[in-house]
Design a protein around this ligand. Structure first.
Ligand code: SF4
Length: 109
């Protein structure tokens, strides 16, 4: 579970945040690229822009439940059931992205 006390100061102000347990695996940036960004200064992911639409909020919560180190959280303890049932994520045709990354999975980039 992400810890608000470990919230990275580089996150955009708002409910969603990444804490210091991020391992820069890129899962969140893959699932919600409009929300998550890589901070080159600290070589970790952060919330670059808080989601402003329901669609982006769902993608952000899909990243939250898929993060291998549980580094993504919300100050409000938002419910994530809709994100759980949204996975696996269709990429194209019959190819699906399963989410739920492992800490031992290599970064695809
Ligand atoms: S999914 Fe988690 S560990 Fe991976 S880059 Fe995003 S916040 Fe960091």
């Amino acid at each position: 579970m992400a810890r608000l006390s470990d919230r990275l100061p580089e996150n955009a102000p708002g409910d969603f945040f990444v804490d210091s347990s991020c391992i820069d695996c890129a899962t969140c940036r893959t699932l919600a690229p409009r929300v998550f960004a890589r901070s080159d200064a600290i070589a970790l992911s952060v919330v670059g822009c808080q989601p402003t639409s329901e669609a982006d909020a769902l993608r952000t919560k899909m990243a939250l439940v898929s993060c291998p180190t549980s580094a993504i959280g919300t100050a409000s303890k938002v419910a994530v059931h809709d994100a759980i049932v949204a996975l696996p994520d269709p990429i194209f045709s019959d190819v699906l992205y399963c989410g739920y990354a492992s800490e031992s999975s290599p970064c695809p980039y």
